[in-house]
Design a protein around this ligand. Structure first.
Ligand SMILES: Nc1ncnc2c1ncn2[C@@H]1O[C@@H]2COP(=O)(O)O[C@H]2[C@H]1O
Length: 883
């Protein structure tokens, strides 16, 4: 009994506050057919787009734990969530049924609590009662939410309160939906009818109705592999298909279904037959140089271009004030300065005239590539105005002021947007963008100091170099000395020369104020960036410390504490992050196991997980300091909940990310290899990562099976009943624990003990999730049953052998059996055959006995049942259906 009762509250509160989580699931899919082969950068950019979309629309994230982090500004949140995702490899959370499961869990809360009270382990305190109302209330609101939100179904309809279906394009089988609330939608009605057997007749009518509603002719169908062909080729093929089709015979849509190019969807706006379109690719130039090809804003070429533009901008930003104040532009080098100036101006001109107007942009989720539209989009932007102003050729006034009047180039500094754009792009592209962020902040700091140095030199020149003790005395390198002075004043380090007149006082005041406010802000920003970069590690350390503290306080045996620490370090090394579920499961298992062995454990933790411990301790240990610390720890655990990160993504994207991450392991699983890909897609979000230490029992013979396991890394041994022999070694991609889940002949007990050999990581799949998947994937059910049947036969034969040899040995020892009987028993093979025959011809009596063994009885009767099944259970008869 695992009572993670806070979780329902947290999730439901978040659900209440953030219905976006649910709404996000109804977003239209963006689902390429071969998700699993998507590159990491592509995934990242999709995820990034999703974040931007959510953030731009709502300035808010559907983050279940955002409740705890309201003090964080939304922009930082956006960045942090992104960096979290790029930093920690996401694992599949059990987010799919999460809210539903939490609701049902919370519904049992009262029962759990009363259980504890009657056990004497948990006494109701005034604080404990304060926990109840939010839990119950929130669950009700989450249920309401589930009832009201409608989800798209694979049939194109919507299902209220049901599971969000991945894609409208997915050829997923029909599933059950919760009965719909009354709506006026045609589509809703259609979905209801489809699911309702009483409306079978009406159901047949509906597709025709839908066809009648269609206003435009259906698109020409293409073969699946033609998606990659050029439009001209595709056209030809479609004509061919039309030509080869006998007249009057309807084309089967399923056979010729077009696979839309979802990665770069086309503009919904009908393209104008512009000159640019006709000339596209005419010069056979690379994308960036061809004036008729649209530019991908996330492409490598454009990012390189942004880098060049950033150099140009930085050149102007640093050199214009420098040359305007310091005497570094002399008549002999003016020509070089001017060459550099005009080269950068030329690049800026190219940017405004040729690059920016060709940038593709997203319009309602579609990439607009039409040159006329991209151009007008750029012209509508504020950036365009700044870009144009920045190119104002004030340099003409050189004719009047002379070439030393560099201040005429100040408009060039308005092209700041490009600088920001480059950093945003790098932020998106790099897997670890912290260095770029720190670099940008350092750039700001040094630039401010640079401006300060220029201003100081200009003032010194104005007042006369070395005219008093404050101004620059014209000794040494002017720039270095002034930069040094500016750094000292800006960072308020002290020991500055004393100002002597009002202007100097004013200068110092401004410099100090800038130091206090601007610099403090920037330095704080660097601290934030570093903290974000190392957040996972810091949390890990805190978590380990917190956990050890708890175990110590609860007086746990030292060996157990060591095991917990070993598990922490193993999990960290493997995954670089923790999921709360993971921690809870592990600690629960460890503690439950140790409780049986150790009498030193505190009686009130009841083996129900560390989260529950924390809560309980916070309720019972009323020492102020401790309580605060415990609550902080709890919040930390909440924050470290990994599914939180994935939950802020739309369902499809979450599934794609999980698929991409776990593809290497899942592709090795034989069961999945022989089944349709949709099984994998259905299951991937239900897989729960679990880890085991050397020698840990993963499943124990005779226990009731709740989960099936897939080995991700490490090895496991399947042990013989006496645990002296290794029956099989399971490696990466092996599946075990399925026999008890399939409940063959009504038995749900584990047939063997499986131990982890060394450290091993696995995916666990619960019985409910497996059952749900197998209901729709009959081929997987057949494979699993076939496998289970084989294993059970093998085990039964082995057992029979063992028993026969035992019996033989006993007879030999005690001299049992005489005459012909002894003769017949002397032959091992005949004994073996007898045993087998007996196994095959199970008597009705043994069957009755078996079924009478209740699975809810105590362990004594369990062992009896197992013993009974070993001797008398007939081999399962598997009925293969062709359905
Ligand atoms: N002889 C065997 N070889 C391989 N795997 C086995 C063998 N016997 C049992 N198992 C696996 O060990 C699991 C123990 O739990 P289950 O009975 O649920 O399912 C069992 C099988 O998946």
């Amino acid at each position: 009994m695992r009572a993670t009762s806070i979780k329902p509250a947290a999730v439901a509160v978040a659900a209440e506050r953030s219905p976006l989580l649910f709404i996000a699931n109804t977003l239209p899919p963006k689902q390429p057919s071969d998700q699993s082969r998507e590159s990491g950068a592509c995934q990242r950019s999709r995820v990034d787009q999703s974040y931007s979309l959510q953030f731009n629309r709502t300035r808010y994230f559907a983050d279940p734990t955002s409740v705890h982090r309201q003090n964080v500004t939304s922009t930082t949140k956006c960045r942090k969530s992104k960096s979290d995702l790029s930093h920690s490899p996401p694992r599949p959370p059990r987010a799919h049924y999460r809210v539903r499961r939490e609701v049902s869990r919370a519904a049992n809360l009262k029962r759990l609590e009363s259980d504890r009270e009657t056990d004497g382990h948990f006494k109701l305190s005034s604080e404990k009662t304060s926990l109840k109302p939010p839990v119950i209330n929130c669950c009700i609101s989450a249920t309401d939410l589930m009832q009201q939100v409608v989800y798209p179904t694979p049939q194109g309809g919507v299902a209220p309160g049901g599971k969000a279906y991945g894609s409208w394009f997915d050829p997923e089988p029909v599933r059950e939906h919760a009965p719909s609330a009354s709506t006026n939608s045609n589509m809703d009605r259609k979905t209801q009818l489809r699911d309702d057997p009483h409306h079978a007749k009406e159901r047949d009518v509906y597709p025709q109705k839908i066809r009648l509603f269609a206003s435009s002719p259906p698109p020409p169908y293409l073969f699946a592999d033609e998606g990659k062909k050029s439009p001209i080729q595709a056209n030809k093929t479609s004509k061919l298909i039309k030509g080869s089709q006998p007249a009057g015979e309807k084309m089967k849509p399923s056979a010729f279904e077009e696979i839309p190019d979802l990665e770069t969807p086309q503009s919904p706006v009908p393209p104008s037959p512009s000159r640019e379109k006709k000339c596209r690719g005419f010069f056979a130039l690379p994308e960036l140089c061809d004036p008729f090809t649209p530019i991908d804003p996330q492409g490598c070429g454009y990012i390189c271009w942004l880098l060049v533009m950033t150099f140009c901008y930085s050149y102007n930003a640093w050199c214009i004030p420098l040359r305007a104040t310091f005497p570094y532009q002399r008549p002999d080098n003016t020509i070089y300065w001017m060459a550099a100036d005009y080269f950068s101006d030329f690049l800026c001109l190219l940017d405004v005239a040729l690059v920016k107007p060709r940038l593709m942009y997203l319009h309602e989720g579609f990439w607009v590539t039409d040159p006329a539209l991209t151009r007008s989009n750029y012209r509508k932007k504020l950036q365009y105005k700044f870009d144009i102003i920045s190119l104002t050729p004030l340099d003409i006034l050189y004719l009047y002021y002379g070439t030393h009047a560099v201040f005429l180039r100040f408009p060039r500094l308005l092209k700041l947007q490009t600088f920001w754009e480059f950093h945003q792009a790098m932020d998106r592209v790099l897997s670890s963008p912290y260095m770029v962020r720190i670099g940008k902040t350092l750039f700001y700091i040094f630039y401010l100091i640079h401006l300060n140095a220029c201003a100081y030199y200009a003032m010194s020149v104005y007042e006369g170099l070395g005219s008093n003790g404050w101004v620059y005395d014209d000794v040494g390198n002017a720039y270095i000395r002034c930069f040094y002075f500016a750094t000292k004043t800006a960072t308020s380090i002290g020991k500055n020369p004393k100002p002597e007149n009002e202007m100097e006082y004013l200068f110092m005041t401004v410099a100090w104020l800038m130091g206090v406010f601007v610099f403090a802000l920037l330095i704080g920003q660097i601290r934030d960036i570093i903290a974000t970069a190392t957040r996972a590690q810091t949390e890990y350390r805190k978590m380990v410390d917190g956990c050890t503290r708890y175990l110590r306080r609860l007086n746990m045996p030292l060996s157990l504490q060591r095991r917990v620490t070993a598990w922490f370090s193993y999990t960290w090394n493997q995954q670089r992050c923790f999921g709360r579920d993971l921690v809870t499961t592990f600690v629960t298992d460890v503690i439950t196991a140790s409780e049986a062995e150790s009498s030193t454990c505190s009686p009130n933790h009841n083996g129900s997980g560390l989260i529950w411990f924390q809560l309980e301790t916070s309720l019972f240990n009323l020492r102020g300091q401790d309580r605060t610390r415990i609550r902080n720890d709890y919040v930390l655990w909440e924050l470290s909940d990994e599914p939180r990160i994935l939950n802020s993504l739309p369902y499809n994207m979450k599934r794609d990310v999980a698929l991409a991450v776990h593809m290497s392991t899942l592709s090795k699983v034989q069961v999945f290899r022989d089944c349709s890909e949709s099984l994998l897609r259905d299951l991937v979000l239900q897989l729960r990562p679990v880890s085991f230490l050397p020698g840990d029992v993963v499943v124990r013979r005779g226990d009731i099976g709740h989960d099936m396991y897939i080995v991700k890394t490490g090895e496991c041994y399947v042990m013989s009943p006496d645990e002296r022999e290794v029956l099989a070694t399971l490696r990466e991609g092996s599946v075990f624990g399925e026999i008890s889940l399939l409940g063959i002949d009504g038995a749900r007990r584990r047939t063997a003990t499986v131990r982890s050999r060394g450290y091993s990581s696995m995916f666990a799949l619960s019985k409910a999730d497996l059952d749900h998947a197998l209901r729709y994937h009959r081929e997987a059910a057949l494979i699993l049953r076939h496998r289970a049947d084989q294993i059970m036969r093998e085990n039964a034969a082995r057992e029979a052998d063992r028993r026969a040899s035992e019996r033989q040995a006993r007879r030999a020892t005690f001299g049992h059996g005489v005459g012909s009987r002894r003769l017949s028993c002397a032959s091992g093979s005949s004994a073996h055959a007898n045993a087998r025959r007996r196994l095959r011809c199970a008597s009705a009596l043994s069957k009755r006995r078996l079924s009478s063994v209740s699975e809810h009885k105590a362990m004594d009767s369990v062992s009896l049942a197992v013993e009974c099944s070993r001797v008398r259970t007939p081999l399962p008869t598997i009925v293969f259906t062709t359905e």
